[in-house]
Design a protein around this ligand. Structure first.
Ligand code: CP
Ligand code: NVA
Length: 332
């Protein structure tokens, strides 16, 4: 019997293969129960805090709705509204919030902040994205792949673009834990950190997973069941747009790239938000500067029938519900 109670989820390696698979399967069950209006009040009377230093649509919404559906209440604490980091250390904040709340989600730049919250809060702490990892995103991504193909086992999941960002690192590590085949297709200067590559190799020795890290688009794309990309400039990197555009323009996910998989049923995933047209400030800027409509993905691919990005976004809520219920609720 697995015991999730009280556990932190600060990075993917906090859970082993069995635990991650269980959370994904549990998310699928909860999603089905919800569609049949079966009550899921595993967190009745509990309270969770969301400390967010960076912007968020999906993650904040997913934590809030998931907690409410489980019977918990949520307090959103923007860094500007609380003493955190100003007059109060992470350790002191963790102790105070830990004495009042039943769980804390944190989104911000520094992994060390979420680790310190996890060390001192004495209640489950969940990483809602740092510059290093985006673990809750992974649960939704592999749930989406499982729903679509029936399984993620034996599949090749290929990330194209900024291969050293949080989502690429998380995908590479999660793929290794789950024992599947992960490709990272990125220019040499944007490939995963060597420390992450080393961790991945160690995990793969046990799990049997494989990976390919390459700058060669044709080689990296062939045989992919899933093509996944993310923004070229993560939050806080917006100034680097021109530099990233020059590095990554050949790595845009377009129909020609999808055809290189040589597979008839490849799906497209993106954690979102996505720059796929000119209906955003960044999309408009890209058009003015480079004459490009869409950056990391074309509008055609984004809106294609094989694009599962909105199913993936909805799955953020179901999978975060699974994580909250397992670590902080009365389930197992
Ligand atoms: N994918 C994701 O984390 O989206 P948000 O930044 O909107 O939360
Ligand atoms: N890599 C992106 C992910 C957003 C969900 C960022 O950190 O901004």
């Amino acid at each position: 019997m697995l015991n999730f109670r009280g556990k932190n989820f600060l990075k993917e390696t906090d859970f082993d293969q069995n635990e991650i698979e269980t959370l994904i399967d549990f998310a699928e069950k909860l999603k089905m129960k919800e569609k049949h209006n079966i009550p899921q009040k595993f967190m009745n009377g509990k309270n969770i805090a969301l400390i967010f230093e960076k912007q968020s649509t999906r993650t904040r919404a997913a934590f809030t709705v998931a907690a409410n559906k489980l019977g918990a209440t949520v307090e959103y604490l923007n860094r500007n509204d609380i003493q955190f980091g100003g007059k109060e250390s992470v350790e002191d904040t963790a102790k105070v919030l830990g004495s009042m709340f039943d769980g804390i989600a944190f989104r911000g730049s520094e992994q060390s902040t979420v680790e310190a919250l996890g060390e001192h809060a004495d209640i489950p702490v969940w990483n809602a994205l740092t510059d290093e990892w985006h673990p809750t995103q992974m649960l939704a991504d592999f749930l989406t792949i499982q729903e679509h193909f029936g399984t993620y086992k034996g599949k090749t999941v290929t990330f194209v673009g900024d291969g050293r960002n949080n989502v690429a690192h998380s995908l590479l590590v999660t793929g290794a834990i789950l024992g599947i085949n992960i490709h990272i297709v990125a220019p040499e200067t944007l490939q995963p950190e060597l420390s992450v590559q080393k961790t991945v190799k160690e995990i793969q020795e046990k799990s049997g997973g494989t990976s390919l890290i390459t700058s060669d688009v044709e080689k990296g794309i062939e045989d992919s069941d899933v093509i996944y990309t993310d923004v070229w400039c993560s939050m806080g990197e917006e100034e680097q747009l021109a530099e990233r555009y020059n590095l990554l323009r050949q790595y845009q996910v377009n129909q020609e790239m999808i055809d290189l998989t040589k597979k008839p049923n490849t799906i497209f995933l993106h954690c979102l938000p996505a720059i796929h047209d000119t209906n955003t400030n960044v999309g408009q800027l890209a058009y003015e500067k480079f004459g490009e409509v869409g950056l990391e993905v074309t509008d055609e691919v984004f809106r294609a029938e094989y694009s599962k990005v909105f199913e993936q976004a909805e799955n953020r809520m179901h999978s975060i519900k699974s994580l909250l219920a397992a670590t902080c609720g009365e389930v197992f």
